[in-house]
Design a protein around this ligand. Structure first.
Ligand code: TNX
Length: 564
């Protein structure tokens, strides 16, 4: 066994041997280095040998495999030691406290069937005997951290008699079963080690963006993307549905958008689009995994595909521009001063709002280099009002802070701090002071379309190389100087697809950086450090292999297990 072996090969795992004192100390060192308690009661751990030994160094590397290796790191984790709970054909999944518990138990049964081959029964109602219990309790019931589990938190306790996951909402139970999956091996049944976890996210928004405009990806690929998001506790899917190179969503009454507008993509491929039923299928698949879809239509620029179908949306009125199938964009715009523009936006936004249960509709706002400031502000303000009139909140790229108080309700920061114009920074800070929440996705940390390094065959590099450590090692609260505290609602991992044409291309860029951003968004900043993360990340690789995410990147600096 090596120190990078996956969790199931450690003590308590199927292949585990006797737990030695040295192994326990090693575990304690690793967990303390990760900012966790290695003892059942975290208050006492600071005086322990483990705590003293780990204190001076951030780079403690234990000499034995970890019995637990979780990504993202839970906010409180104690490895209680002793025997764990073996999953066998006699294991029953018990759902207590409501329909959502039953639904999550069903999802767990599906997941365990995939990894173990066992068809474990799901039972509703009061828990009896050994097994896995998923329990919903009333909001406000104190978790071990106090203050309740919140909307997404959960508790997980395991021992020889079974595993109990407790939460106050379905989302919390769902996140809890993702943790439970990671306590088991990538394949086979195995034993859940004895742990006590209380966990809740740092930020309420942990989003992943997928650009289906530059290259189109059909519903099953989006579902596989969603599976990965769910595994790492993301909760928003930001779908970039329109851009210069393609329009990807059917809008009743505007057939040209899915005719000519959808028929192109970068590199000359055939493109494609989602029907109403396709889009609803994505929304439902995401919702079943507690992920909210945020559809985005890019305005007032990045509209060449729409103009190929409806050239009268541009101030010149025609002729129709040629399709654009190269990298780049933002060289065109809808006409700010013409009512037709807002009739069009109303139809598009109205259609999306009617199919979208989530609170936000994205209206773009980036890289509008061909409008003057007043025209830009007019489109973003009127588009924001249209979104609100349809009962949703407008989300836009940070550029739209220029629109002032009538602008979007949520802003996404994408410029690397070092590349952001001083005026834009002031506008974003002013919006945040007015109470506009900010989602952080600075390209030099969160743009997963950027190359890892000079050898990466795919991707762009305008924000510099973004290796996994760069994706991991930053603090969203302080990355943009001047933001008032509490204004960061969360983070987003952005996957633009100018250079990504196949599902495997997506996995190459997402893995291993998506899990890095998951931990940035979920785990306490003070508990995070790269050496601990790199080791836990390495243990995820057999899962990606087992799940078919082929082509993931063996980024340097991560102790990947042999054979993965
Ligand atoms: C900038 S970020 C863009 C996208 C590109 C991306 C490539 C933003 C809001 N606009 O249109 O795809 O860079 O990295």
């Amino acid at each position: 066994m090596t120190q990078t072996a996956p969790a199931a090969h450690g003590p308590g795992g199927r292949a585990g041997g006797k737990v030695t004192a040295a192994m326990l100390l090693a575990v304690a060192l690793a967990l303390t280095a990760a900012g966790c308690s290695s003892a059942p009661h975290s208050a006492g751990s600071g005086d322990s040998a483990a705590g003293r030994a780990a204190a001076p160094s951030r780079t403690v590397v234990p000499a034995a495999p970890l019995p637990v290796s979780l990504v993202p790191l839970p906010s409180q984790l104690a490895v209680t030691g002793g025997p764990g709970y073996p999953i066998t054909s006699a294991t029953v999944l018990q759902a207590v406290g409501g329909a959502a518990a039953g639904q999550v138990a069903g999802e767990l049964a599906t997941l365990l069937r995939g990894t173990t081959g066992l068809a474990l029964p799901v039972r509703d109602g009061a828990a009896t005997g050994a097994g896995i219990v998923l329990r919903l309790v009333p909001a406000g019931t104190a978790g071990r951290a106090g203050g309740g589990y919140g909307a997404e938190g959960y508790g997980l306790v395991s021992g020889p008699d079974g595993v109990t996951v407790t939460a106050s909402a379905g989302a919390g139970l769902f996140h809890g079963i993702q943790t439970l999956r990671q306590l088991l091996p990538a394949r086979g049944d195995g034993t859940v080690p004895a742990v006590r976890i209380t966990d809740r996210p740092r930020y309420p928004v942990r989003s992943a963006q997928l650009d289906v405009a530059r290259h189109f990806f059909p519903v099953p690929v989006v579902e596989k993307f969603i599976d990965l998001m769910a595994e790492y506790k993301f909760n928003y899917l930001h779908l970039h549905l329109t851009d210069d190179q393609g329009w990807r969503i059917a809008i009743p009454g505007l057939p040209g958008l899915t005719g000519v507008g959808a028929s192109t993509e970068v590199g000359g491929g055939r493109g494609g689009y989602y029907t109403d039923a396709d889009y609803r299928a994505i929304v439902a698949y995401a919702a079943a995994r507690y992920i909210t879809v945020v559809p985005e239509v890019d305005l007032p620029a990045h509209v060449n595909a729409a103009l190929t179908a409806y050239p009268s949306l541009a101030c010149a009125g025609g002729p129709a521009p040629a399709p654009y199938t190269r990298i780049g964009g933002g060289f065109d715009n809808v006409c700010a001063g013409r009512q037709q523009t807002y009739t069009f936006i109303d139809r598009v936004v109205g259609t999306l709002a009617a199919m979208t249960p989530g609170p936000w509709i994205g209206i773009g706002g980036d890289e509008a280099t061909t409008l003057d400031a007043a025209d830009y502000a007019e489109v973003m303000t009127r588009a924001s009002a249209i979104v609100r009139a349809h009962g949703k909140q407008p989300l836009a790229w940070e550029d739209a802070a220029a629109a002032g108080p009538g602008g979007p309700s949520v802003l996404a920061v994408w410029h690397p701090a070092s590349q952001e114009a001083a005026q834009l920074r002031r506008q974003v800070v002013a919006a945040a002071r007015r109470g506009v929440p900010v989602i952080m996705e600075p390209a030099d940390h969160a743009y997963l379309d950027q190359k890892y390094n000079a050898a990466t065959p795919l991707g762009l590099r305008w924000a510099g190389y973004v290796d996994t450590e760069r994706s991991y090692d930053w603090n969203p609260d302080t990355d943009l100087p001047g933001l008032p505290s509490g204004s960061v609602a969360g983070i987003e991992a952005a996957l633009w697809t100018e250079t990504l044409a196949t599902p495997q291309n997506l996995w190459t860029m997402l893995l291993p950086r998506l899990p890095a951003l998951a931990e940035v968004g979920w785990s306490p900043q003070a508990a995070r450090n790269w050496p601990s993360f790199a080791r836990r990340l390495a243990s995820q690789a057999p899962r990606w292999d087992a799940q078919g995410y082929t082509g993931w990147t063996h980024d340097a600096g991560v102790p990947w297990p042999a054979g993965a």
